[in-house]
Ligand binder design. Structure first.
Ligand SMILES: *[C@@H]1O[C@H](CO)[C@@H](O)[C@H](O)[C@H]1NC(C)=O
Ligand SMILES: *[C@@H]1O[C@H](CO)[C@@H](O)[C@H](O)[C@H]1NC(C)=O
Ligand SMILES: *[C@@H]1O[C@H](CO)[C@@H](O)[C@H](O)[C@H]1NC(C)=O
Length: 182
């Protein structure tokens, strides 16, 4: 008895295997850990962060409820401001607790280094401003960080108060699809 296979079945099977192979060669789900350093200057001609709004009649300070900051800090791969630039930390930060202890922070990590150039990570969360380390969420990403989610810690690594200069270390752990062909 001859074994007959419907051409339709072969067609379906081959298109399934093509789809599977195509996905396997373009996406990989992976976990990435990064330690990044934000170069933050709060005063002077080269400032990278400043308050842009606040409650009328109150000081616009980081510990006053209602103060809104914007920032665009260079990000380096090591604590030194002279180390290799990885990208920018572009943020909107609002003092969100009535007692001034917490802020609501939104950051885009905009990568410009060779490895992640053009990709972004979106970070959002409650920053406990008086704690040595605070943890925020990585809510999404673009480019090589599509579907990203994870968490990040923020900690003050170095402070030069007279020059309003500080270095903030941001450790990020994310799971994401790494797209290596398009
Ligand atoms: C500001 O930046 C310029 C250009 O990089 C530099 O020459 C200058 O020394 C900086 N000023 C201060 C106060 O850091
Ligand atoms: C990043 O991408 C921009 C725009 O495509 C390009 O001009 C720049 O040279 C790239 N930088 C690196 C480090 O690859
Ligand atoms: C951040 O990562 C560095 C290693 O790159 C580590 O030494 C440090 O303890 C980490 N900080 C936190 C708050 O986990």
């Amino acid at each position: 008895m001859a074994l007959t296979i419907s051409p339709l079945v072969i067609l379906v099977l081959s298109s399934l295997s093509t789809t599977f192979l195509a996905m396997a060669t373009t996406h990989e789900f992976k976990e990435t850990q990064l330690s990044l350093y934000f170069q933050d200057i709060a005063a002077g001609p080269n400032l990278t962060t400043l308050p842009i709004a606040g409650i009328a009649g109150k000081l616009w300070t980081f510990d006053q409820f209602g103060t809104v900051y914007v920032s665009d800090d260079p990000i380096t791969e090591a604590p030194s401001p002279k180390s290799a630039v990885v990208g920018r930390a572009q943020a909107l930060i609002e003092t969100s607790a009535l007692d001034g202890r917490n802020a609501l922070a939104f950051f885009s990590i905009v990568f410009t280094n060779k490895k992640y150039n053009g990709s972004t990570l979106e970070i959002q969360g409650n920053s406990k401003q008086f704690e040595p380390v605070t943890e925020v969420a990585v809510v999404s990403g673009t480019g090589k960080f599509r579907f990203a989610r994870g968490y990040a810690t923020l900690e003050t690594y170095f402070v030069d108060a007279p020059n309003a200069y500080s270095v903030i270390r941001c450790n990020i752990t994310v799971q994401h699809y790494y797209i290596f062909t398009r």
